[in-house]
Design a protein around this ligand. Structure first.
Ligand code: LAC
Ligand code: ZN
Length: 472
């Protein structure tokens, strides 16, 4: 059931919100800031009816109770860095921004946990963990702007999943507000707690459709004592797979990133992205794939020579043609700059289409070849680059057709997702579904799975007012 609120309902709700939360927490009409109009998905911006910015859980619950009783749809918003339209609010909807619900509430060194307000930027969380002598491993390009609540509601991935898992693995407890305003507080600090359903997982990865996360208890990890980073070249994808299994075997639990870049991406990054240099040298020969390998250890005196010796053995055995190991922090940064150059693709191809698919690792290269071929056949002049977190079976594709007014979205999506279905993959490995990928959900989930998602949605949000039209 979808409820359509009348203008009278909207005015009554706004008046009540102002009365209970104060003018600092309610912005409407022209006062709504541009930052609340859109996420990073590149969709058309929309100005929500109003933005409500409560400063505590009680305020969030009050706002949601008021909106629910007046039949007004609410859209939770964090740092607005999502890539699928999940936080984009329509003109008749109220954006519920967590931007004032920020701060580190507690750092518990004995439990190795920190309790954090949901609007806190990821980078602030990382820094607070570091100050306490710990490490918070979730990391992604948008770290300075994205909010931890958004990271959890989308179950964010990033570059260190291979070692530490997705955002879901870093949460022990949380507090969330149900669509009609009930607060569910479970700030659990224990690793083991099998007392009934683990309700936090209803809210992690459901993209703000079942509840709004307000506070979280995060796991902190020991701060690594050493970082080893290398870029390896491979002359075919089998070499990449051999390198991956060798890294898993030889580096064991130290392996913390395994990022693969296909030549189209590599050429873009090392020749077109500003300030990025080719770690093999500007005139180095081209290869079939490039891999950034990172390992985090405990003791530089032991770990670094072991890491170098491992790569040395592979080079000597002729497994791969070339590899460079970072000798300084500046080198490490320069290697990651090649991988992070994807952030510059929007300047090169302003209206590009970006994908975040998942595939069985063994099928990855065949998929890339087929996809590139089909894109070239179906979309004349199509430019595309392939890169991703291959250790996690997660491939990013960015495609663009130059010289046309409107991008051929349907052809490109049909190609990318049609092959995903044929290869038994997923339409989103880490960015989520939002609105952008909603029509493709059936390529990755069965009807029965989607129906169960809808059953849960109806049970928690019978009026379909919390982030309606997203995910399912
Ligand atoms: C990345 C983000 C876009 O891997 O998921 O760069
Ligand atoms: Zn990614």
């Amino acid at each position: 059931m979808t409820t359509t609120a009348t203008t009278a309902d909207q005015s009554a709700a706004l008046e009540e919100l102002l009365q209970h939360l104060g003018s600092q927490a309610v912005l409407s009409g022209d006062d709504v800031l541009v930052r609340n109009h859109n996420d990073y998905s590149g969709m058309m911006p929309t100005r929500p009816l109003a933005v409500v910015r409560p400063a505590d859980t009680h305020g969030v619950a009050t706002a949601m109770r008021i909106c629910y009783s007046h039949g007004i749809a609410m859209v939770p918003q964090g740092g607005m860095t999502g890539l699928c339209g999940g936080a984009r609010a329509g003109t008749d909807q109220i954006a519920l921004s967590l931007e004032r619900l920020v701060g580190i509430e507690e750092v518990d060194a004995t439990s190795a946990t920190m309790t954090v307000a949901a609007g806190t930027p990821l980078e602030t969380v990382q820094m607070a963990a570091a100050e306490a002598g710990f490490f918070f491993p979730l990391d992604l390009g948008a770290r300075g702007s994205c909010a931890i609540g958004g990271n959890l509601s989308t179950n964010a991935g990033g570059n260190r999943v291979i070692r530490y898992g997705m955002a879901r693995e870093m949460v022990l407890g949380l507090e969330a507000v149900l669509p009609e305003g009930t607060v569910i507080t479970s700030l659990n600090k224990m690793i083991k707690n099998n007392a009934g359903f683990d309700l936090k997982h209803l809210f992690i990865g459901s993209e703000g459709t079942l509840g709004v996360i307000t506070r979280v208890v995060l796991r902190m990890f020991p701060k690594p004592g050493s970082t080893m980073t290398a870029i390896c070249a491979a002359d075919d994808f089998d070499t990449v797979l051999r390198l991956l299994s060798s890294a898993r075997r030889e580096l064991g639990p130290l392996l913390s990133a395994f990022e693969v870049m296909w030549p189209d991406y590599w050429t873009f990054a090392t020749t077109q992205a500003p300030g990025v240099r080719n770690p093999f040298g500007a005139d180095a020969p081209a290869h079939a794939a490039y891999v950034l390998v990172e390992a985090l250890g405990t003791d530089p005196a032991l770990d670094a020579p072991r890491f170098e010796a491992w790569l040395e053995r592979l080079l000597e055995a002729g497994v791969m043609p070339n590899a460079v190991v970072a000798q300084s922090l500046a080198d490490e940064r320069a290697f990651w700059d090649v991988r992070d150059a994807c952030g510059e693709l929007h300047t090169l191809w302003p209206r590009h289409m970006a994908f975040d698919i998942g595939l069985p690792v063994a099928a990855m290269d065949t998929y890339v070849l087929r996809c590139k071929e089909e894109l070239a056949r179906r979309v004349p002049g199509c430019q595309s680059v392939f890169y991703g977190h291959i250790g996690d079976g997660n491939l990013h594709i960015v495609a663009f057709q130059p010289g046309v007014d409107e991008q051929p979205k349907d052809e490109v999506e049909d190609t990318v997702y049609g092959l995903v279905r044929d290869f038994g993959g997923t339409v989103s490995a880490e960015h989520g579904i939002g609105t952008l990928k909603r029509r493709w959900l059936g390529h990755a989930r069965s009807e029965e799975q989607i129906e169960l998602m809808r059953t849960l949605k109806r049970a928690l949000d019978p009026k379909n007012l919390l982030n309606p039209g997203k995910v399912i």
